[in-house]
Design a protein around this ligand. Structure first.
Ligand code: ADP
Length: 229
């Protein structure tokens, strides 16, 4: 489902070249749940940007759901981001003047889906993340964990093949982080999407059967326990 072959991303600047990713190869099956950890500067954001179709590698090949992102043009990447990918950010990025329901619905309306399909899908997603009772609330009326679960529902409403989460619990206290983790575990166990979470948190990293550690632009280790803990 996700395949990286010998992916290198070199940034050139006035002071020389930085190998942000240096020959990274990785394969994840459909429905896999992986976490990525590593110190600041090891290449996690660069990898997420490439998987998110926001950047091209300097060399190597990246395929997600069969789509060759390494040589996709802008139109194909836009389509990929709208139809194949969902992203959850550290700071939620909800629209403050819209209710929970409207925030979750937005990606479907942007890609021109009918309002009846959107209504059904939004209800399914709010049910999945346990926020049906908050559908008419605005973001400022929610806890941090509820905001992040709203953002997760929004990321999944288009039925993406791949869900990326960038430090999803980085801005949450431990009680809220635990609820968000529960939601990710549910998504993984129901194999709703292939899930990749970048995190600094050991407890988040431990949720996943596949744990990837990065260092200096490379994958230092990949452990695959074959089951979620
Ligand atoms: P992480 O997300 O793990 O902190 P990054 O992917 O942001 O790591 O960065 C990896 C390396 O690439 C770092 O050395 C960083 O300074 C460098 N880097 C990232 N983005 C750029 C850029 N746009 N221009 C130059 N160097 C960059």
């Amino acid at each position: 489902m996700v395949s990286l072959q010998n992916v290198t991303r070199i940034y050139s600047s006035g002071i020389g070249e930085v190998r942000a990713l240096d020959g990274v190869s990785l394969d994840l099956d459909s429905g896999a749940f992986a976490t990525i950890t590593g110190p600041s500067g090891c290449g996690k954001s660069t990898l997420l940007n490439l998987l998110g179709g926001l950047d091209h590698p300097t060399s190597g090949e990246i395929r997600v759901a069969g789509i060759p992102l390494h040589d996709a043009g802008e139109a194909e990447l836009t389509r990929y981001r709208r139809h194949t990918l969902g992203i959850v950010f550290q700071f939620f990025n909800l629209l403050p003047a819209m209710t929970v329901r409207e925030n979750v619905e937005l990606p479907l309306l942007l890609r021109g889906e009918s309002s009846s399909l959107a209504t059904t899908r939004v209800s399914e997603m709010l049910d999945l993340v346990g926020l049906s009772h908050r559908a008419s609330h605005f973001p400022h009326q929610l806890s941090g964990g509820e905001m992040q679960r709203t953002a997760t529902a929004r990321a999944l409403v288009g039925h993406p093949a791949l869900l990326l989460a960038d430090e999803p619990t980085g801005n949450l206290d431990s009680a809220n982080a635990a609820m968000v983790c529960e939601t990710f575990s549910k998504i993984a166990s129901q194999k709703i999407a292939t899930l990749i979470i970048v995190t600094h948190s050991d407890s988040v990293a431990a949720l996943a059967p596949v744990r990837i550690q990065m260092l200096d632009g490379k994958i230092l280790s990949k452990s695959d326990s074959g089951f979620a803990s």
